[in-house]
Design a protein around this ligand. Sequence first.
Ligand SMILES: Cc1cc2nc3c(=O)[nH]c(=O)nc-3n(C[C@H](O)[C@H](O)[C@H](O)COP(=O)(O)OP(=O)(O)OC[C@H]3O[C@@H](n4cnc5c(N)ncnc54)[C@H](O)[C@@H]3O)c2cc1C
Length: 436
Amino acid sequence: MNQNFDIVIVGGGILGTSIAYFLSFLNTSKKIGVIEQAHKVAFHTSGRNTGKVHAPYLYDPNKKKLFAKSAFQGYEMWKQYAELKNLPFKEDGVIEVALDQQGVKILEKYEKWGKDNGLDQKDLELLGKSDLKKIEPEIECEAALYVHRDASTDYSILTKSIMSDSTKNNIKFILNKKVTEIINKNGFWHITLNHNQKISAKVLINAAGGESIDIAHQVGVAENFTDVHFRGEYWQAPKEYLKITKTSIYSVPEVPEYPFLDPHWIIRVDGRCEVGPNAVPVFSPYGYNKTENIKEFIPKILEMIGSGARKTIFDKQFQELAINEIKSSMSKTTMIDRVRRFLPKINPEKFKTKGTAGIRSSVIDQNGKFVPDVILLDHKASFHILNYNSPGATGALPFSAYVVNQLNEKGIIQNENADSKCGPWKFSEIIEKIKD
Ligand SMILES: Cc1cc2nc3c(=O)[nH]c(=O)nc-3n(C[C@H](O)[C@H](O)[C@H](O)COP(=O)(O)OP(=O)(O)OC[C@H]3O[C@@H](n4cnc5c(N)ncnc54)[C@H](O)[C@@H]3O)c2cc1C
């Protein structure tokens, strides 16, 4: 293997893999590598999420425009891709419920946001209590927003397929290798893998998910930002509950400015039902278990105390919310009771098996505030994507095309075939739809 690359992408999640996919069509003569520390792509957050292809009704069109546009385009693109490759994609919709009058107002706002973000009248249906009862008799609520343009999939399978297409176009995926050091010398990035193997690259793309802040800090970028990790846990429902609703049910988040979503009633693409996710603070982007959290506890606490996160951890509201989430991790009943507020028929005793937890890493600024949007930074010949959170999997394809276009516009790379067809899509058409 030639160890000198033109472009190296750190991170084989859905984002890094999708960026590689577009680069592979637009830069056929360049040597491009993706470095992933796990044994397969989408092993972390991208393969451990709820699997929903979200309509952009939860996103303020002014504050999260790029994310909302990505989600809107992403739905059509994943649908088309899944059809082409015969991969799972079920257009099953989702129902967002309001449990009180304040929640009803939020649903009205979501309906407006959804339409401002491109959804049609037929995609969204605001329903009163009694109308919803006719559709979902087991659900208790004040009102509901039936989002017809929402789907379920399996993002591990989609990412694996995108990887396979990229590999056919000569992208080199280097698995089981962790980037342990990055140095810029003489205009090249000198990258150490697993502390001993050296490679180099002209251009570095940081799509390292929960480690993207650490990678950025290594190259002297985003020093005013830090991150906090939250584990989203799930409980699998017993077989007797598989037909209790027709659709996945979400409730209006009580405190949307924090990354504490209330757990949902989820129907997965294969028909399994689950309750989740909560958002339990943990000390590592891989803090799935106690061993990893104990190992990372002291370094993470020191890092937080020395950064803007200090203000967050001493914030009273944050502390109360975090304690609630921890309680819901320690007690199955506490977690399932959060869904029983709108689906009272389920009994926590009947939930015996945990689902697969996934970790969300939220970026905090120097004032201790959660940054609501994705952060894109470039520095020398490097490009960093930070805070790429929900619905990141939904929007990964158009968002990655946007990143590749940004690389070109900023002169970091020169796309060779800017008007290429990338699988079923013409690159220029994706960019036209996602641009301001
Ligand atoms: C609980 C939960 C539920 C969610 N549900 C949904 C949903 O239903 N729909 C939706 O659209 N989105 C959802 N999301 C969001 C979505 O999953 C993420 O936005 C998306 O997966 C982020 O992709 P990524 O590639 O940036 O990150 P990741 O999947 O985390 O990939 C980053 C990769 O970088 C690798 N890496 C990091 N550092 C290094 C290093 N030093 N060397 C080598 N490799 C490295 C990691 O191993 C990892 O594989 C959910 C997220 C969570 C946490």
